[in-house]
Ligand binder design. Structure first.
Ligand code: SAM
Length: 361
């Protein structure tokens, strides 16, 4: 793949923050009537894996312009912004992600601060599992509710071909066990399915996690960022994933737990548990998307496939009062109109977008 160095300056040209209007009777809503329910926070743009579909080694090498320390939001800034989001929209779920969130020093302290600030929210984290075994108990003790661990294969060779980091599968499996033992069960296990790379592992993953209580979520390979060389031909549609698993272990659909649940749930007919599929490419769920994303350097993005964000860090560091911060979030959300996955074309897929490691997966 040709090396593409992302011109960070360009990506950091922020959008002007729209003025807030009074909320309607149903509360805060965007131009398509979608509420603000979920906040994803990227706590670092760095990762120790080089997944070929996310942070390919050719691009994210020693010369890559990661954010300098002073541009990264502090824990106190993150908590202040999260509180403001909650006050503006009534946040139900916060997910810490990245980059690899467990690389951020003292991440347990951030979990504790968020737990104290937002006692009612579902507090979750997505990790590659490499540092989870050592941290699972501390994360649970700090107030984390649940965890998602990414694992793309049960075979070391295939796993290595995907994460390009030579990390053994056995250690991720140990981390999943440690998380469950610490009380973070059921663990969700994210598997990105890429044709010709790991799709032969779809049924093996189902077999391995059946009966454990953990839930494998098969994710369609997406055209996030600008560096992974995405092609539609590499996507295995979720319908195909379900068909393959169903042939071996009969499945039946399960209703959504709440409107707008992203993963479509299926259960094994024999009671062996559940799986989920996330079909961002073949069955876009923009119409029910209630997620905002806070990047490592304090930009707000209202879509995973966005090209620009809104600079909240400038407000926070510029001494804005809480009410001004709240108004900014209201204005950003009320102005939101994106529905990228509904209108995806080969052209938009090739356009420059913010990297997932920066915006938070
Ligand atoms: N480092 C953590 C991890 O590995 O889980 C958190 C960040 S990662 C960006 C979050 C999730 O996004 C992972 O489950 C990863 O597999 C998924 N992801 C990354 N790039 C993707 C892509 N191109 N298509 C689909 N999922 C992707």
């Amino acid at each position: 793949m040709a090396k593409t160095v992302i011109p960070l300056n360009e990506l950091r040209t922020s959008l002007a923050i729209p003025a807030a209007r009074p909320a309607g009777a149903a509360g805060l809503a965007d131009t398509r009537g979608r509420g603000l329910r979920d906040l994803r926070i990227s706590v670092t743009d760095r990762c120790n894996f080089r997944c070929v579909y996310c942070m390919p080694k050719e691009v994210f090498d020693a010369d890559y312009p990661y954010l300098p320390h002073d541009e990264v939001l502090t824990f106190e800034e993150i908590v202040r912004i999260a509180r403001a989001f909650n006050a503006a929209g009534g946040i139900q779920k916060v997910r810490l992600t990245g980059g690899e969130p467990l690389l951020r020093r003292d991440i347990e302290r951030l979990v504790r601060l968020l737990r104290e600030a937002l006692p009612g929210v579902d507090l979750t984290l997505t990790t590659n599992g490499s540092a989870l075994k050592a941290k699972a108990r501390a994360l649970k003790a700090a107030g984390l509710d649940r965890i998602t661990v990414s694992l793309d294969s049960l075979e070391d060779a295939t796993f290595r071909a995907m994460n390009d980091a030579d990390f053994p599968v056995a250690k991720v499996l140990e981390a999943i066990d440690a998380a469950a033992a610490a009380g973070l069960a059921p663990v969700k296990v994210n598997m990105v399915v890429k044709r010709g790379l790991n799709d032969h592992q779809v049924v093996d993953m189902a077999r391995h996690f059946r009966g454990t209580g953990h839930v494998v979520r098969y994710i369609e390979y997406m055209d996030v960022g600008s560096t992974n060389g995405w092609r539609m031909d590499d996507v295995i549609p979720s319908a195909e994933v379900i068909r393959r698993i169903h042939e071996r272990f009969p499945l039946e659909p399960v209703g959504a737990r709440y409107p707008g649940e992203v993963a479509k749930r299926w259960r094994y007919a024999d009671g062996g548990g559940e799986i989920g599929v996330i079909s961002s490419v073949t069955r876009a769920f923009c119409s029910t998307c209630t997620r905002a994303r806070l990047s490592t350097d304090g930009q707000v993005y209202t879509c995973l496939f966005a090209q620009r964000g809104y600079d909240l860090k400038a407000l926070v560091r510029g001494g804005a009062a809480d009410e001004a911060l709240l108004d900014a979030i209201r204005g950003i959300w009320q102005d939101r109109s994106d529905r990228y996955s509904e209108v995806r074309t080969a052209e938009t897929a090739a356009s420059r977008k913010v990297e997932m490691s920066f915006i938070g997966g």
